[in-house]
Design a protein around this ligand. Structure first.
Ligand code: SF4
Length: 163
C-alpha cells in the first residue's frame, strides 16, 4: 500500500537512502538505539510550556508551535543539519500547499542554539524532485546498496547493514 511521504522520510533521504528504505518498509529498530533514547529525554525535558508534537495528516510531526506562527523542530545535535533543514523545509512546503504560511526554527537545546528556516521557490522545486526520488527509492524491492559512512556507527540499522 502506498504511504504518504513523512518529514522523517525526507530527513532519512539526506542521511542515508538505505535507511530511508528500511524505515519506509517498517523495519524499525530505533527503540533500542541509545541516540534515540537521548532524543526522547531531550524531548520530555525541554520546552514543557509549549504544545508539543502537533501531528498533521500523519505526514508531518512538528515538535511544537510557539506564538506568531513559528514551528519548532528540536534536534539533539547539528551534525546532520542539512537533513534537518530539508525536513523542516518539507514541513513548510507541505503546509504552504495547504495555504498555511508559517516560519520555522530548528532548536538545539543541548547547544543552546537555533537556526531560522525559510522556504524559497528554489527550495520548492528541489523538494518536488526529492519527493519523486523518494518514491523511486521506496518502490524498489530491495534497499539501496550500502555505503559506509561515519553515521553508520550510531545508526539503529547498524547491525542489519554490517552482518
Ligand atoms: S548503518 Fe549506515 S548504511 Fe546502514 S542504514 Fe544506517 S546509515 Fe545507512
Amino acid at each position: 500500500m502506498k504511504k504518504d511521504i513523512t518529514g522523517m522520510m525526507v530527513y532519512y533521504y539526506v542521511v542515508c537512502k538505505r535507511k530511508l528504505w528500511y524505515f519506509y518498509h517498517e523495519i524499525q529498530m530505533e527503540q533500542s538505539n541509545e541516540n534515540v533514547a537521548i532524543g526522547k529525554v531531550i524531548d520530555e525535558e525541554t520546552y514543557r510550556r509549549d504544545d508539543k508534537h502537533i501531528n498533521i495528516d500523519n505526514v508531518i510531526n512538528i515538535d511544537f508551535i510557539r506564538s506568531k506562527g513559528i514551528l519548532h523542530e528540536v534536534k539533539k545535535s547539528n551534525k546532520i543539519e542539512e537533513a534537518s533543514i530539508l525536513q523542516v523545509k518539507y514541513y513548510l512546503y507541505y503546509l504552504k500547499e495547504r495555504d498555511v504560511l508559517v516560519k520555522a526554527k530548528i532548536d538545539y537545546p543541548l547547544l543552546k542554539e537555533c537556526v531560522d528556516v525559510e522556504l524559497s521557490e528554489e527550495d520548492e522545486r528541489h523538494i518536488r524532485l526529492v519527493l519523486q526520488e523518494i518514491e523511486q527509492i521506496v518502490n524498489e524491492s530491495v534497499p539501496p546498496v550500502m555505503k559506509k559512512q561515519r553515521i553508520c556507527r550510531s545508526c539503529a540499522y547498524h547491525d542489519l547493514c554490517y552482518i
